[in-house]
Design a protein around this ligand. Structure first.
Ligand SMILES: [Zn+2]
Length: 255
């Protein structure tokens, strides 16, 4: 089902020796978690990220449960299969694994899925208003941002995961009403930066709403053009690298 293809791993300056691919992927996922935390997307111990393993696209590295996003190291990750079963790792699995497995099952081109509960996305998602390209950020979601409203509860069954994947469709992100966001991408950089930009887009629109609501925003055609011009693949990778440098700088200072 999921065709084998050359994996584009985001490199973080780790050793490129033997087993480099696996090391890179695990390290990249740990950085992704820390970047989300740095951007205020940590929710105590909740929120999770998965990335397909280099050796088997039907297995996923996953952030474990019971830890904060900012605490994650490559050695903490667990591995799950597409049925959501933990096949490797000591730490516990998040009950919402089905968000990841069902999106990965439905979207072979997706290598990374992010699920977080950032405050602006949660608040904005409760308003039933469409996301507008008030600033640049909203243009990444030009063409529509679906909202999943079947439940506000956790996605703890394969059926709910399938329903969520159905609402996501071919989009890069979906808001879970009164719950959070899900972002999907072909790389760790794409999915993590999509989550980061979505939270920022919700925040910008809420700022405009606080001043009586936006009276002008980018038209749909220009928004699509901006999506390609600003948030192309290379730019998302560069943005991820920028955040990774910030994480490393904080860690070097013991923060
Ligand atoms: Zn959740």
């Amino acid at each position: 089902m999921c065709g084998r293809r050359r994996r584009e791993t985001w490199r973080v300056g780790v050793s490129q020796g033997s087993a480099a691919a696996e090391t890179n992927v695990r390290e990249a996922l740990a950085y992704g978690c820390k970047i989300l935390a740095l951007e205020g997307q940590g929710d105590i111990i909740w929120g999770h990220v998965t990335l397909r393993t280099p050796e088997n696209p039907e297995k996923l590295y996953m952030k474990p449960a019971a830890m904060g996003l900012e605490e994650i190291s490559a050695s903490d990750l667990i591995t799950v299969d597409l049925d959501g079963k933990k096949v490797d790792g000591e730490r516990p699995r998040h009950s919402e694994v089905f968000i990841h497995t069902e999106i990965m099952r439905a979207r072979p081109e997706v290598d990374c899925v992010v699920h977080t509960h950032p405050p602006h996305a949660v608040a904005f998602g409760s308003t039933n208003r469409p996301l507008l390209p008030v600033g640049h950020e909203g243009s990444l979601f030009a063409g529509g941002l679906p909202v999943f409203s079947e439940t506000t509860d956790l996605i703890v069954t394969r059926e709910l995961g399938e329903a969520l994947a159905g609402t996501l469709g071919g989009s890069n992100a979906v808001l879970l009403q009164n719950h959070g966001l899900v972002a999907a991408g072909g790389s760790i950089a794409e999915a993590v930066m999509t989550a980061v930009v979505l939270e920022r887009a919700c925040r910008v629109q809420m700022l405009a709403d606080a001043m009586g609501g936006a009276r002008a925003w980018t038209d749909p055609e220009e928004a699509l053009a901006k999506k390609k011009r600003i948030y192309h693949k290379q730019a998302l990778e560069q943005a991820f690298e920028y955040y990774a440098r910030r994480v490393r700088a904080l860690e070097a200072r013991g923060l």
